[in-house]
Design a binder for this molecule. Structure first.
Ligand SMILES: C[S@@+](CC[C@H](N)C(=O)[O-])C[C@H]1O[C@@H](n2cnc3c(N)ncnc32)[C@H](O)[C@@H]1O
Length: 219
Protein backbone atom coordinates (compact mmCIF):
# COMPACT_ATOMS: atom_id res chain seq x y z
CA UNK A 1 0.00 0.00 0.00
CA UNK A 2 1.50 3.35 -1.02
CA UNK A 3 1.81 6.00 1.70
CA UNK A 4 -0.69 8.86 1.34
CA UNK A 5 0.81 12.38 1.38
CA UNK A 6 -0.02 14.12 4.67
CA UNK A 7 -1.53 17.09 2.79
CA UNK A 8 -4.22 14.98 1.09
CA UNK A 9 -7.54 16.85 1.44
CA UNK A 10 -11.21 15.91 1.75
CA UNK A 11 -13.72 17.59 -0.59
CA UNK A 12 -14.45 21.28 0.24
CA UNK A 13 -18.07 20.42 1.17
CA UNK A 14 -16.75 17.81 3.63
CA UNK A 15 -14.29 20.25 5.18
CA UNK A 16 -16.99 22.90 5.56
CA UNK A 17 -19.34 20.39 7.24
CA UNK A 18 -16.48 19.17 9.47
CA UNK A 19 -15.72 22.69 10.63
CA UNK A 20 -19.41 23.34 11.33
CA UNK A 21 -20.06 20.06 13.17
CA UNK A 22 -20.12 19.67 16.94
CA UNK A 23 -17.42 17.34 18.14
CA UNK A 24 -14.01 16.68 19.54
CA UNK A 25 -11.69 16.31 16.56
CA UNK A 26 -9.30 19.24 15.98
CA UNK A 27 -8.56 20.13 12.35
CA UNK A 28 -4.91 18.96 12.36
CA UNK A 29 -5.72 15.58 13.89
CA UNK A 30 -8.66 15.34 11.49
CA UNK A 31 -6.28 15.71 8.56
CA UNK A 32 -4.16 12.87 9.93
CA UNK A 33 -7.27 10.73 10.39
CA UNK A 34 -8.33 11.50 6.83
CA UNK A 35 -4.91 10.50 5.45
CA UNK A 36 -5.13 7.21 7.37
CA UNK A 37 -8.65 6.62 6.06
CA UNK A 38 -7.59 7.22 2.45
CA UNK A 39 -4.71 4.79 2.86
CA UNK A 40 -6.82 2.11 4.56
CA UNK A 41 -9.67 2.46 2.05
CA UNK A 42 -7.31 1.25 -0.67
CA UNK A 43 -7.70 -2.23 0.88
CA UNK A 44 -11.28 -2.21 -0.44
CA UNK A 45 -12.74 -2.95 3.00
CA UNK A 46 -15.11 -0.90 5.20
CA UNK A 47 -13.72 1.73 7.58
CA UNK A 48 -14.98 1.43 11.17
CA UNK A 49 -15.26 4.16 13.79
CA UNK A 50 -16.15 3.69 17.46
CA UNK A 51 -17.57 6.96 18.82
CA UNK A 52 -19.76 8.80 16.32
CA UNK A 53 -21.04 11.60 18.60
CA UNK A 54 -22.40 14.22 16.13
CA UNK A 55 -20.48 12.88 13.13
CA UNK A 56 -17.56 15.29 12.99
CA UNK A 57 -14.87 12.65 12.51
CA UNK A 58 -17.28 10.33 10.66
CA UNK A 59 -17.33 12.84 7.80
CA UNK A 60 -13.65 12.25 7.15
CA UNK A 61 -14.02 8.47 7.01
CA UNK A 62 -17.09 8.88 4.80
CA UNK A 63 -15.27 11.13 2.34
CA UNK A 64 -12.39 8.64 2.05
CA UNK A 65 -14.87 5.77 1.75
CA UNK A 66 -16.78 7.52 -1.05
CA UNK A 67 -13.59 8.12 -3.03
CA UNK A 68 -12.56 4.46 -2.75
CA UNK A 69 -16.01 2.94 -3.28
CA UNK A 70 -16.17 1.42 0.20
CA UNK A 71 -18.43 2.15 3.21
CA UNK A 72 -17.80 3.87 6.52
CA UNK A 73 -19.31 2.22 9.60
CA UNK A 74 -19.76 4.15 12.81
CA UNK A 75 -20.80 2.77 16.19
CA UNK A 76 -22.38 4.73 19.06
CA UNK A 77 -25.27 4.28 21.45
CA UNK A 78 -25.71 8.07 21.11
CA UNK A 79 -26.28 8.51 24.85
CA UNK A 80 -22.89 10.11 25.44
CA UNK A 81 -19.78 9.14 27.37
CA UNK A 82 -19.36 9.65 31.10
CA UNK A 83 -17.65 13.04 30.70
CA UNK A 84 -20.46 14.28 28.40
CA UNK A 85 -23.27 13.76 30.93
CA UNK A 86 -24.97 16.73 32.69
CA UNK A 87 -22.64 18.33 35.20
CA UNK A 88 -19.47 17.07 33.51
CA UNK A 89 -16.84 18.97 31.55
CA UNK A 90 -17.95 18.10 28.02
CA UNK A 91 -21.72 18.29 28.46
CA UNK A 92 -23.70 20.08 25.74
CA UNK A 93 -27.32 20.68 26.81
CA UNK A 94 -28.39 21.17 23.20
CA UNK A 95 -28.00 17.42 22.54
CA UNK A 96 -30.37 16.35 25.32
CA UNK A 97 -33.69 14.91 24.12
CA UNK A 98 -36.20 16.84 26.29
CA UNK A 99 -38.86 14.14 25.98
CA UNK A 100 -36.58 11.37 27.18
CA UNK A 101 -34.36 13.50 29.42
CA UNK A 102 -31.18 11.85 28.11
CA UNK A 103 -28.55 12.76 25.54
CA UNK A 104 -29.33 11.80 21.96
CA UNK A 105 -26.68 12.76 19.40
CA UNK A 106 -28.26 10.75 16.58
CA UNK A 107 -30.32 13.64 15.12
CA UNK A 108 -27.29 15.96 15.06
CA UNK A 109 -25.20 13.19 13.48
CA UNK A 110 -27.76 12.76 10.71
CA UNK A 111 -27.83 16.50 10.05
CA UNK A 112 -24.01 16.54 9.85
CA UNK A 113 -23.93 13.79 7.23
CA UNK A 114 -26.74 15.38 5.27
CA UNK A 115 -24.95 18.74 5.17
CA UNK A 116 -21.94 17.08 3.58
CA UNK A 117 -23.94 14.97 1.10
CA UNK A 118 -22.35 11.83 2.56
CA UNK A 119 -25.37 9.90 3.87
CA UNK A 120 -25.08 7.19 1.22
CA UNK A 121 -21.55 6.29 2.27
CA UNK A 122 -22.12 5.63 5.97
CA UNK A 123 -23.84 2.90 7.96
CA UNK A 124 -24.70 4.03 11.50
CA UNK A 125 -24.61 1.19 14.00
CA UNK A 126 -26.61 2.38 16.99
CA UNK A 127 -25.74 0.33 20.05
CA UNK A 128 -23.12 -0.47 22.60
CA UNK A 129 -19.77 -1.06 20.96
CA UNK A 130 -18.95 -4.47 22.52
CA UNK A 131 -22.42 -5.76 21.65
CA UNK A 132 -22.10 -4.66 18.01
CA UNK A 133 -18.54 -6.04 17.77
CA UNK A 134 -19.71 -9.40 19.12
CA UNK A 135 -22.12 -9.90 16.21
CA UNK A 136 -19.97 -8.27 13.52
CA UNK A 137 -18.68 -10.86 11.06
CA UNK A 138 -16.65 -9.17 8.32
CA UNK A 139 -13.10 -7.79 8.06
CA UNK A 140 -12.54 -4.04 8.15
CA UNK A 141 -9.65 -2.00 6.77
CA UNK A 142 -9.55 0.61 9.53
CA UNK A 143 -10.54 0.71 13.20
CA UNK A 144 -10.73 4.21 14.66
CA UNK A 145 -11.13 4.10 18.45
CA UNK A 146 -12.75 7.27 19.87
CA UNK A 147 -15.53 5.89 22.08
CA UNK A 148 -15.70 5.73 25.87
CA UNK A 149 -12.47 6.86 27.50
CA UNK A 150 -12.58 4.68 30.63
CA UNK A 151 -10.42 1.55 30.81
CA UNK A 152 -13.55 -0.58 30.67
CA UNK A 153 -14.73 0.98 27.40
CA UNK A 154 -11.37 1.45 25.68
CA UNK A 155 -10.34 -2.15 26.45
CA UNK A 156 -13.69 -3.50 25.24
CA UNK A 157 -13.38 -1.48 22.01
CA UNK A 158 -9.86 -2.81 21.46
CA UNK A 159 -10.75 -6.43 22.23
CA UNK A 160 -14.04 -6.25 20.31
CA UNK A 161 -12.88 -4.61 17.09
CA UNK A 162 -9.18 -5.37 16.58
CA UNK A 163 -9.92 -9.03 15.77
CA UNK A 164 -11.93 -7.73 12.77
CA UNK A 165 -9.05 -5.60 11.45
CA UNK A 166 -7.48 -7.10 8.33
CA UNK A 167 -3.73 -7.54 8.11
CA UNK A 168 -2.32 -4.39 6.50
CA UNK A 169 -5.24 -2.40 7.92
CA UNK A 170 -4.88 0.60 10.21
CA UNK A 171 -5.68 1.04 13.89
CA UNK A 172 -6.15 4.71 14.78
CA UNK A 173 -6.45 5.74 18.43
CA UNK A 174 -7.47 9.23 19.54
CA UNK A 175 -6.59 10.96 22.83
CA UNK A 176 -3.39 9.03 23.46
CA UNK A 177 -1.56 10.89 26.23
CA UNK A 178 1.68 9.49 27.63
CA UNK A 179 1.59 12.05 30.45
CA UNK A 180 -1.43 11.75 32.79
CA UNK A 181 -1.27 15.54 33.23
CA UNK A 182 -2.44 15.87 29.59
CA UNK A 183 -5.45 13.54 29.81
CA UNK A 184 -6.93 10.16 30.77
CA UNK A 185 -4.76 7.10 30.33
CA UNK A 186 -7.16 4.48 28.94
CA UNK A 187 -6.48 5.24 25.24
CA UNK A 188 -2.75 5.32 26.02
CA UNK A 189 -2.99 1.89 27.64
CA UNK A 190 -4.63 0.27 24.60
CA UNK A 191 -2.08 1.99 22.36
CA UNK A 192 0.75 0.46 24.47
CA UNK A 193 -1.01 -2.89 24.41
CA UNK A 194 -1.22 -2.81 20.60
CA UNK A 195 2.49 -2.07 20.27
CA UNK A 196 3.47 -4.66 22.87
CA UNK A 197 1.35 -7.32 21.17
CA UNK A 198 3.86 -7.37 18.31
CA UNK A 199 0.90 -7.25 15.90
CA UNK A 200 1.23 -3.51 15.09
CA UNK A 201 3.77 -1.04 13.78
CA UNK A 202 3.29 2.67 14.36
CA UNK A 203 3.23 4.62 11.10
CA UNK A 204 2.26 8.17 12.11
CA UNK A 205 1.51 10.45 15.05
CA UNK A 206 -0.30 13.80 15.02
CA UNK A 207 -0.48 15.07 18.59
CA UNK A 208 -2.83 12.64 20.40
CA UNK A 209 -3.82 10.75 17.22
CA UNK A 210 -1.71 7.63 16.64
CA UNK A 211 -1.89 5.45 13.54
CA UNK A 212 -0.67 1.84 13.66
CA UNK A 213 -0.58 -0.74 10.90
CA UNK A 214 -1.60 -4.30 11.59
CA UNK A 215 1.45 -6.32 10.62
CA UNK A 216 0.65 -9.65 12.24
CA UNK A 217 -1.95 -11.77 14.01
CA UNK A 218 -3.02 -11.48 17.65
CA UNK A 219 -4.15 -8.58 19.79
C1 LIG B 1 -15.41 11.47 22.27
S1 LIG B 1 -16.99 11.14 21.64
C2 LIG B 1 -16.65 10.82 19.94
C3 LIG B 1 -16.21 12.05 19.22
C4 LIG B 1 -16.24 11.96 17.71
N1 LIG B 1 -15.40 10.90 17.21
C5 LIG B 1 -15.82 13.32 17.13
O1 LIG B 1 -14.81 13.39 16.42
O2 LIG B 1 -16.46 14.33 17.39
C6 LIG B 1 -17.31 9.53 22.28
C7 LIG B 1 -18.62 8.90 21.84
O3 LIG B 1 -18.54 7.52 22.20
C8 LIG B 1 -19.82 7.08 22.57
N2 LIG B 1 -19.65 5.90 23.43
C9 LIG B 1 -19.05 5.85 24.64
N3 LIG B 1 -19.03 4.59 25.11
C10 LIG B 1 -19.65 3.83 24.17
C11 LIG B 1 -19.97 2.44 24.06
N4 LIG B 1 -19.61 1.56 25.00
N5 LIG B 1 -20.62 2.02 22.96
C12 LIG B 1 -20.98 2.88 21.99
N6 LIG B 1 -20.70 4.20 22.03
C13 LIG B 1 -20.05 4.67 23.10
C14 LIG B 1 -20.47 8.26 23.25
O4 LIG B 1 -21.89 8.15 23.18
C15 LIG B 1 -19.88 9.44 22.48
O5 LIG B 1 -20.77 9.89 21.49
Amino acid sequence: MAAVPADVQPAPQTLAAFEAAKGFMPVDEGRALYAAAVEAAALGLPLLEVGTYCGRSTLLLADAARAAGVTALTVDHHRGSEEQQPGWEYHDPSVVDPEVGRMDTLPAFRRTLHAAGLEDHVIALVGRSPQVAAVWGAPVGLVFVDGGHTDEHATADYEGWVPHLAEGGLLVIHDVFADPADGGQAPYRIYRRALESGAFTEISVRRSLHVLRRTGPGI
